[in-house]
Ligand binder design. Sequence first.
Ligand code: PHE
Length: 493
Amino acid sequence: MEEQLIQELEMNSSIPDTGIFAKERGWDHTVLVDSVLKSLIGREIVEAKPISHEIYIVTKEGQEYAQQGSPEWRTFQATSPQGTPIQEIQSKLGIVGKLGVQQCLKRGWLKLEDKKLFPQVTQVVDDTAEKLQSLTLNPQGANLSLQDIKQLQSRKLVQSKTMKTFCIQKGRRFSQYREQVATDLSKEMIESGSWRNASFKEYNFEASGKPLTGGFLHPLMKVREQIRYIFLGMGFEEMPTNQYVESSFWNFDALFQPQQHPARDAHDTFFLSDPMFSKPCEDREYVERVCKVHQQGDYGSLGYRYPWSETESLKNILRTHTTAISTKMLYRLATEEQHFVPKKYFSIDRVFRNETLDATHLAEFHQIEGLIADRNLTIGDLKGVIHYFFAQLGMSQLKFKPTYNPYTEPSMEIFAFHQGLGKWVEVGNSGVFRPEMLLPMKLPEDVTVIAWGLSLERPTMILYGVRNIRELFGHKVDLEAIQNYPLCRLGID
Ligand code: PHE
């Protein structure tokens, strides 16, 4: 088809109507359009102007009459010159008889007298069948008058339909049709030098890329990346949080959290059964100082006044907060450097709590934590840095409320005004680490450590409009949803 069409254009430079062109060659017009024309048009080999035609389709009933004769003709044939009872015609021909009688009376072919039909003419021509046959061969109705067509339509023997054909002319790239266009530069072309004269298929920059089938980032990971950039932009270093199992010592004891604190209960914390205990801290003097500050107090503090047990501190747990890592980093800062160096640290990683699961709680979630260790920092520094940090998450209206943490004093909960909800929502926790935690590490006395923490899930759920945390995390997550989540940017104002 394609070759014949191109030849025709080479000879006559246009094809006035593809409908006629296809019919002359016995082709199906839709096949010509779908499998040949569309691609030629797309490649600009040809140009096409649409033409609308009214065509007539002979209905199923019409086709039957075209082949078997019309009801009026069949009825006339069934009537004898002596008269035939109408009853007899109708029982012989059924519905066709009924329709035929109506038409015959209307056309004056028959007359009805005493329930009998008498012919009024000697011979009839089945013009209805002839017209239907003509329309079948020539759907444009060229041989019929408009009135004929209307009549057939009113008898529902014919339906009209608009058909689109095309007037075809040579396109912008018609001359390139005969040339082989190369899609790629090949090794052979370079070797033979044929690339010099080859014509290349143009790039289609409008084409959409293949849809990706894998490699989608989870929303939590996308938001984590943005928050990581905020911290890095503020000059913070990332802490190595790549361990989920921690000893109670670094998770609780070193933070001046007493051993009978409810958070250390199996109700709130996951304990490991194997290995149940970690190795004791090698810095025995540090352990001694931690023991002392719990048991009897030190550095001007009264302590908790209970017998501190090292065995209890060696119990392995799934870390309940990333502050365990912060503590270890501060200890390293105090012991590994000769002179104190100010530091800004952050981490974003997973923590575990033995919670009852519901729409907003999981047994594991991610904590974002930032801390600054420097000389003579104040709570004013803490509030300032928190303001700066949250402004980059799109939260610029903040309030602070005093709270209690075993390891910070003072401690403040952070609230942000949520524009969407029209109310204040809790977004984080913060505080100044206690001397009972820092001084046993042997950090200089004038060094203060300010810190704040929040969950990664909270801002992610707000950004991605997720109401139930289980849609975001865990075994009920819909993988397709993960693929389809857009890239949401944290607002910066
Ligand atoms: N560790 C705290 C929590 O688990 C967060 C926090 C970090 C509080 C740093 C104060 C300072 O919620």
